[in-house]
Design a protein around this ligand. Structure first.
Ligand SMILES: Cc1ncc(COP(=O)(O)O)c(C=O)c1O
Length: 428
């Protein structure tokens, strides 16, 4: 492996495992250290400019250094950064979440999506007094115990057997997770029916990574969970405020009992929230400490006023007329352009996604779940993402999921298409 050329990158490799903050897996010679971001672009210590198609893993939906957010953060920082107690901005934000998100009657803040899904599942287990949850193979719900189970299974075992993707997960944690195939309502229903008395919740990312739900799948999940008195949890860390202002539940018209929020909600600042039915959220009322169903939920930075100010500024922008029309038009242009380049070059691949989300999978099979993407050409996918990176597109080389922002426009999308055409020609 070649050493990185510049001193910043060498230092980064010395102190960070893999030379990164996590999940970037760039070869040493390509690794960089960033100094700033502006709009749709980021810049490294050598001054090199990249068009950003990761956007802080989707957290920076308005674009880097958005003036409205910067102003709100500066103003709040002068008034105090953290109280670990209700502040004006935190209250206003919670009230806005209740207005915006269909299932939200009450709100608890934390500081990341990993925590939000973890707490949502804890609420469900406490509420139903049952331990097991159903998750879909290949789903990411953050780095918590169940999020790291059957995330990238390298061996396809029979459903509902779980396969940890990370070491360090106890057998107990593993055995409380039942794995189902996304978009297969029949198999999922069978798994639920065979274990109904032990299942607290089904957790699903309604747009599963970038795989769209087949017609009737989410509705079917809602029906079967209701029939068996099981909670339905939507992980809306990605879809929240992205597929619609009210998230996937507004977009698909299926209302869960609980939802986990993160990413775009914070406008690039650390955020997480569990929202949902009041009778479930109320289990974490500290006055009930010692009660059988009391849920411990504590977060030093959850609801901090600086994040809340950034969130409020973000939501102000997202509420402006035409926002989602624009995000969806850009997403459509991005996907359409890739499809036409692939067909022009005779390359077989699937272009997945909906709204402002897009991913490329190099397979001839129609992708509906983890298994239909399992035999995709991962070497070509890696060569493709690294090729994009080498040519000035900043993205997570571990996946081809692309995030963009309201600061992106035709120029950025035309550029990624031109670069993709060049790179695809080189590697196929
Ligand atoms: C669907 C989904 N849920 C949860 C998370 C975890 O969020 P965080 O990284 O803020 O902990 C992610 C992160 O990528 C995600 O994509």
């Amino acid at each position: 492996m070649k050493e990185p050329e510049n001193e910043w990158s060498r230092r980064s490799w010395k102190v960070f495992p893999g030379g990164c903050l996590g999940e970037y897996n760039l070869p040493q010679e390509l690794s960089i250290v960033l100094t700033r971001g502006q709009g749709a672009r980021v810049y490294d210590t050598t001054g090199k400019e990249f068009i950003d198609f990761t956007m802080g893993w989707g957290s920076v939906i308005l674009g880097h250094s958005h003036p409205g957010i910067t102003e709100a953060v500066k103003k709040q920082a002068e008034q105090g950064s953290n109280f670990s107690y209700v502040s004006g901005p935190a209250l206003e934000l919670a009230e806005e979440l209740v207005r915006a998100v269909p299932c939200a009657e009450k709100v608890r803040f934390c500081a990341s999506g990993t925590e939000a899904t973890m707490y949502a599942v804890r609420f469900a287990r406490a509420f139903k007094r049952r331990d097991k949850i159903v998750k879909f193979e290949g789903a990411y719900h953050g780095a918590n115990e169940f999020g790291a189970i059957s995330l990238f299974p390298q061996e396809l075992v029979d459903f509902p057997t779980p396969k940890p993707t990370s070491a360090g997960i106890t057998e107990v944690a593993r055995d409380d997770v039942l794995i189902a195939p996304f978009n297969d309502l029949e198999m999922t229903t069978r798994i639920i029916e065979e274990n109904a008395s032990k299942i607290a919740a089904v957790i699903v990312e309604p747009l599963h990574r970038c795989t769209t739900p087949l017609e009737g799948f989410l509705e079917g999940l809602r029906e079967v969970t209701q029939k068996h008195d099981i909670l339905l949890v939507f992980d809306e860390c990605v879809t929240g405020f992205r597929l619609a202002y009210g998230g996937a539940q507004e977009y698909y018209g299926v209302i869960p009992d609980l939802a986990a929020l993160g990413k775009a909600l914070g406008g690039g600042y650390p955020v997480g929230a569990v929202v949902g039915r009041a009778d479930i959220l109320d289990l974490c009322n500290e006055a009930d400490l010692g009660q059988e169903r009391y849920v411990w939920f504590a977060s030093t930075l959850g609801g901090n006023p600086v994040t809340a100010a950034a969130s409020l500024a973000t939501l102000d922008e997202l509420r402006k007329p035409g926002t989602y029309k624009r995000l969806f038009a850009m997403g459509e242009k991005l996907r359409k352009g890739f499809r036409s380049i692939l067909s022009e070059l005779g390359i077989v691949a699937q272009v997945l996604g909906d709204g402002p989300l897009c991913a490329l999978v190099f397979t001839g099979e129609k992708v509906v779940d983890y298994r239909t993407a399992f035999n995709a050409d991962r070497e070509k996918a890696r060569a493709f993402t690294l090729g994009l990176f080498r040519n000035g597109i900043f993205l997570n080389p571990m996946s081809t999921k692309l995030y963009f922002s309201l600061a992106h426009g035709d120029e950025e999308i035309d550029t990624i298409h031109a670069v993709a055409r060049k790179v695809l020609k080189e590697i196929f």
